[in-house]
Design a binder for this molecule. Structure first.
Ligand SMILES: Nc1ncnc2c1ncn2[C@@H]1O[C@H](COP(=O)(O)OP(=O)(O)OP(=O)(O)O)[C@@H](O)[C@H]1O
Ligand SMILES: [Mg+2]
Length: 221
């Protein structure tokens, strides 16, 4: 699968979700390529930390900016999955990746400014579908309050439901320190010595929605 993690808004958790999903995917036996298309290179820093610390399964990570189409199309056949991380703005990287991706995953914070930004993403998805009609789009709420009493998640989900071209994930990721701690070590939350079971459950649930995969890769793929 070519999975693009993108949003027009910065700091919504694109890189965090991209690397966590990649690590989960790799742990199930899939060959994953990390494609870092953000000039900030956060994904590359995570990957380099992972390699130098020897933390977790290694993954190939390449950097590419500008028009991503030819790189993605030439690299995709060599891997089971390509996971693309783009920066938090409307960019050539985001627009070109939309033309070749199978799924756009949009992490979104349950704040009104972030929710408003989805209107722009909906337009980009519509535009991309003219050329890439099978593009799916999934918005997932990230960085929600960890206090279950707070109703922001349901409010945000009902707001997002108005965008017919973008599905809303059932999985919700809450603000959990494990996501920040694991990043420092180039790990996914489930790879840490002391696993935060709630964070791990949340990302595993999102993984299943994204990849529809509950099992290991079999010998015949
Ligand atoms: N569910 C979460 N719980 C706690 N912290 C999180 C969570 N998701 C992301 N973060 C933290 O929020 C910050 C922003 O996350 P991240 O860098 O992944 O966002 P981004 O969308 O990739 O940002 P940018 O637009 O700058 O690329 C980071 O410090 C990250 O560790
Ligand atoms: Mg990022």
């Amino acid at each position: 699968m070519i999975l693009l993690v993108g949003a027009e808004k910065g700091g919504t958790g694109k890189t965090t979700l991209a690397v966590n999903l990649a690590a989960l995917r790799a742990s199930r036996g899939y060959e994953v390529l990390l494609l870092d298309a953000d000039p900030q290179k956060s994904m590359s820093f995570w990957s380099a930390t992972r390699d130098s610390e020897g933390n977790g399964q290694g993954m190939t990570c390449v950097q590419k900016t500008g028009d991503l189409r030819s790189s993605v199309m030439s690299l995709a056949p060599k891997f089971d999955d390509v996971i693309i991380d783009t920066g938090g703005r409307d960019s050539e990287e985001l627009r070109s990746a939309l033309l070749v991706a199978n799924l756009l995953l949009i992490p979104i914070k349950p704040s009104q400014y972030d929710l408003w930004s989805l209107a722009k993403m909906a337009v980009l998805v519509d535009d991309a579908r003219t050329f890439n009609p099978n593009l799916s789009a999934l918005a997932t709420i990230n960085l929600a309050s960890p206090h279950p009493g707070v109703s922001e998640v349901e409010e945000a989900k009902s707001y997002l439901a108005d965008y017919k071209q973008i599905k809303v994930a059932e999985s919700v990721l809450r603000d959990r320190i494990a996501f920040r701690r694991s990043t420092r070590q180039g790990q996914a939350v489930g790879e840490m010595k002391a696993i935060d079971s709630k964070a791990n459950l949340e990302i595993t649930s999102l993984y299943q929605e994204v990849f529809h995969d509950r099992a290991q890769k079999t010998a015949c793929g």
